[in-house]
Write a protein of this length. Structure first.
Length: 277
């Protein structure tokens, strides 16, 4: 009997110690960060905190919806990702999906991305017959971007942006909507929708603006630029693709030229001056 009692006491004591350790090991940020979460999401429950790339990140539920929210170390709200049901989407988005080319596709996952100082973006992950596509919508139902499975670089993941990056985008493109952000070769690439045009804005590791570029239709290329094809050595080439590029120092058209199996790139100013071969 004494042996059983001692064993029971040991078991209970061990459980209490483990529970105590788990409680101590459960990460909690500073009070000002927790207060910011409570202020923005007063009914948040089952909150779990972690540190992620210099941000304080909370995963929680509110009114049956799963959320993931990013805060700065001083408690400023940065971004929130939330999982939505199809019926919770704005009616304008549902209407566009139901009458568009993806109407028969399965809605695999739906996320709402909110960023401080920016309009919300809705991302629909669609599937059909082994194919996948991501549809990026604005709040007013505009389909801003489509990424197919072939274009995906990696699994969909959302990245918060530093205040300095957001400020620079807002200053340069006041009415832009941030679609997504990704890191590529150490650079930060931010896709935005500005005045109906999809643009890629590139920042250095120190958040310095490097360039902005967007695709240009061949018919919109200035005559002074396309005129380079009228003279040697580019007379037999044709324009396969064209982008307009802005940098802190200059702006130019980046042309991809083709002639048979030969491909070259030329950077040409709007006035028709070749600045890079």
């Amino acid at each position: 009997m004494k042996v059983k009692l001692l064993f029971l006491m040991f078991f209970l004591a061990t459980g209490l110690v483990m529970a105590s350790c788990n409680q101590r090991d459960k990460y909690r940020p500073e009070t000002k960060v927790i207060s910011s979460l409570s202020a923005k999401y007063p009914k948040a429950s089952r909150v779990e905190w972690e540190q992620e790339k210099g941000y304080q990140v909370a995963e929680f539920r509110e009114k049956g919806v799963e959320y993931k929210a990013w805060f700065s170390n001083d408690g400023k709200w940065i971004m929130t990702e939330s999982d939505l049901k199809y019926g919770a989407l704005p009616a304008t988005i549902r209407s566009d999906v139901e009458k568009g080319e993806y109407s028969s596709w399965k809605k695999d996952d739906i996320d709402k991305i909110e960023r401080a100082g920016m309009p919300a973006v809705y991302v629909l992950e669609m599937k059909k017959d082994g194919q996948e596509a991501e549809l990026y919508y604005s709040e007013n139902g505009e389909l801003m971007k489509v990424i197919t499975e072939r274009q995906k670089k990696q699994k969909l993941a959302y990245m918060p942006l530093d205040q300095s990056v957001r400020d620079k985008i807002t200053l340069k493109y006041p009415k832009a909507v941030i679609i997504e952000a990704d890191e590529e070769n150490g650079m930060l690439e931010v896709d935005i929708l500005d005045k109906g045009i999809n643009k890629e804005v590139v920042f250095s590791p120190r958040n310095e603006w490097i360039s902005t570029s967007w695709e240009v239709r061949k018919n919109d290329i200035p005559a002074a630029v396309s005129a380079i094809l009228d003279e040697a050595p580019y007379k037999d080439y044709r324009i396969d693709d064209a982008h307009f590029v802005e940098t802190p120092d200059q702006s130019y058209y980046l042309l991809e030229l083709e002639k048979g199996n030969s491909e070259i790139k030329l950077a040409v100013t709007p006035e028709g001056e070749i600045v890079q071969k």
